[in-house]
Design a protein. Structure first.
Length: 588
């Protein structure tokens, strides 16, 4: 047992801890605050405390636990709301009320609840790490697969069937080193990635139901996304939309250093939302980690690692997991504060020199993998990290270091947000490096050349940006009619396709087939519009066509009957332009 010799905010220095290890979990002071050793020099330890340190004083005891900061993994995770160190906030509230007191602890997984365990292996069967021993129906949406922990393989000598707590033994495995008892709960260090057999190439999109993301800048399952944007550009609402509608079986949402009212919005609305595929409450496949701005700064780092470890655990079961971190900037700011307390040499804008490596360690834990086990299971963790650069400055270190790592960049633009164009993702500054990987999926699923359609649409939007520069100099009257047709078609692309209302009962979610059909219709209007102007039809006549209003209303057509309605829209488009061509003597 050591003693505190110095306290600097969340950093505590203690003597007498010889034999301790880096990243070991310790209990600090009389109140036994949670801390982690982040530096060692002989018997002196530098400790990062994950709770408020005001009031503790030199001479108070520091006790090592002999294990690193870890999370409990097992039945009971789904639907839970944890803080950054995996303390269940609802349980703590029942103990001490709405204000969390220091030193209060509670088990992450309930110890008194019994879960119905159904075995999937028999006595005498050989198993290896990652094999499914049995299942627990945790919620209506999630079948919790109890797996052989990593590092264990051998013969099953006992297997239980019935209802058990997470601490009771459900199997005994005879290994080369003796018998090993297996419980439904695993304990895993948060800083150590969970093992897998092989990482796979991205080949399947993670659909979010948001047209600007799925159609133009898609992310693959197992991919990485950065969502930077200034205050008021809609990062949090967009992340909420992705959490609600992404086609992932499990959602892990980390509120890392954001305002409490934003996290409260998640906590209030998620239990009320219905899963679009099953009709069950969305919380039945969601884990929430709340580490808001009024919680201790040091715990922000722990919250990110806690969230990614829980995501990897469900990935190992063969699930596709979507992890949202809102925001990594607050995590980086916490690292900067801790680094300053440690008197380390600062890097750019005061951030620690290891900022880039820490961000890389986090994002590299994403991926689509073949999991451990004798039966081949494929699972994925897709990481979507919001970045909150001060003043919306995308040249600051957190944004720039993140862009070197991630493969998708959804750039939120203040100008679009000011014009009330949401999602405010700018089509000229965003990008996705998964386009070539995902094009075969679209071709196989819908038989359409999505990549060519996307390229044509982006080229039109780029042409619009160039023409707008000319308009600023000489005015719109100086443009030839075909160029005016480009401006009008691009406006339709922006307003009728890319703009999406998150709170509209239909427009909040757009399935992939509807997305590509809408894109085809807008591009067909664009082609006919340009053709008409070349035949001598002025744009003012084209914008009078009733089909323009019909196209503008596409997004509000119910998804179930959209394909039927789209045929009528195409016919109307064809007929009205044919009539227009006949009027000017251009023929059919």
């Amino acid at each position: 047992m050591g003693r505190i010799v110095r306290i600097t905010g969340p950093v505590v220095i203690a003597d007498g801890l010889r034999g301790s290890e880096m990243y070991e979990l310790v209990r600090v002071g009389e109140e036994k605050l949670i801390g982690e050793i982040i530096g060692l020099n002989e018997d002196r330890a530098i400790i990062q405390v994950y709770e408020e340190t005001s009031g503790i004083k030199p001479g108070e005891p520091v006790e090592g636990t002999g294990r690193p900061l870890s999370v409990e993994l097992g039945p009971g995770l789904i639907g839970s709301i944890y803080d950054g160190t995996q303390r269940p906030l609802d349980v703590i509230m029942s103990k001490v009320g709405y204000l969390v007191k220091r030193g209060v602890s509670a088990f992450a997984l309930p110890r008194d609840k019994k879960w119905k365990f159904t075995p999937k292996v028999g006595k005498g069967q050989e198993v290896q790490e990652g094999d499914v021993l049995g299942i627990v129906k945790e919620t209506k949406l999630v079948e919790h697969r109890i797996m052989v922990p990593p590092g264990i393989k051998g013969k099953v000598v006992e297997i239980a069937d019935g209802s058990f707590t997470v601490e009771e033994t459900i199997a005994v495995i005879e290994t080369a080193g003796g018998s090993r008892e297996v419980q439904m709960m695993q304990i895993w260090p948060v800083r150590r990635p969970r093992p897998y057999k092989k990482k796979l190439e991205p080949s399947e999109p993670l659909f979010t139901g948001q047209r600007i993301a799925d159609t133009f800048f898609p992310v693959a399952k197992g991919g990485t996304v950065a969502i930077p944007g200034g205050f008021g550009t809609g990062k949090t609402v967009f992340l909420h939309q992705v959490a609600k509608w992404a086609d992932a079986e499990i959602v892990t949402y980390i509120g890392c250093g954001e305002r409490g009212n934003e996290m409260c919005d998640v906590l209030v609305h998620f239990p009320q939302l219905k899963d679009p595929r099953s009709g069950e409450p969305l919380m039945e496949r969601t884990v929430l980690i709340a580490n808001t701005s009024n919680m201790p700064v040091a715990a922000r780092e722990a919250s990110v690692y806690t969230g990614i470890t829980i995501a990897e655990y469900f990935r190992d079961m063969g699930y596709n997991v979507a992890l949202m971190a809102d925001s990594t900037s607050r995590w980086a700011e916490a690292m900067r504060e801790i680094s300053g307390r440690l008197e380390e040499m600062p890097g750019e804008e005061g951030f620690p020199a290891y900022l880039a490596s820490r961000l890389a360690e986090f994002y590299e834990r994403a991926g689509r993998v073949i999991t451990l086990g004798s039966e081949e299971r494929i699972g994925s963790v897709t990481v979507l990290g919001a970045v909150s650069p001060p003043g919306g400055d995308l040249s600051e270190p957190v944004t720039q270091n993140t862009l070197r790592i991630v493969k998708v960049f959804w750039a939120l633009d203040t100008g679009l947000a000011d014009r009330r164009h949401f999602p405010a993702i700018h089509w000229l500054t965003s990008y996705s490096l998964y386009v070539d990987h995902l094009a075969p999926w679209w071709k196989e699923r819908f038989g359409r050349d999505w990549r060519s359609l996307r390229s044509e649409a982006l080229a039109m939007l780029q042409k619009e940006a160039e023409l707008e520069e000319i308009v600023k100099l000489v005015g719109p009257d100086a443009l030839p009619e075909p160029d005016r047709a480009v401006l009008e078609s691009a406006r339709m692309m922006r307003e009728d396709l890319l703009q999406q209302f998150a709170f509209h009962p239909v427009d909040t979610y757009c399935p992939p087939e509807k997305q590509i059909t809408m894109l085809e219709i807008v591009l067909e209007f664009y082609r006919k519009c340009v053709e008409a102007t070349r035949r001598g039809v002025p744009v003012r006549e084209i914008i009078k066509l009733p089909v323009r209003e019909t196209i503008a209303g596409m997004k509000r057509i119910e998804n179930e009957r959209f394909q039927e309605e789209s045929k009528r829209i195409r016919e109307q488009l064809e007929q009205e332009f044919e009539e227009l061509f006949r009027k000017v003597g251009g023929g059919g």
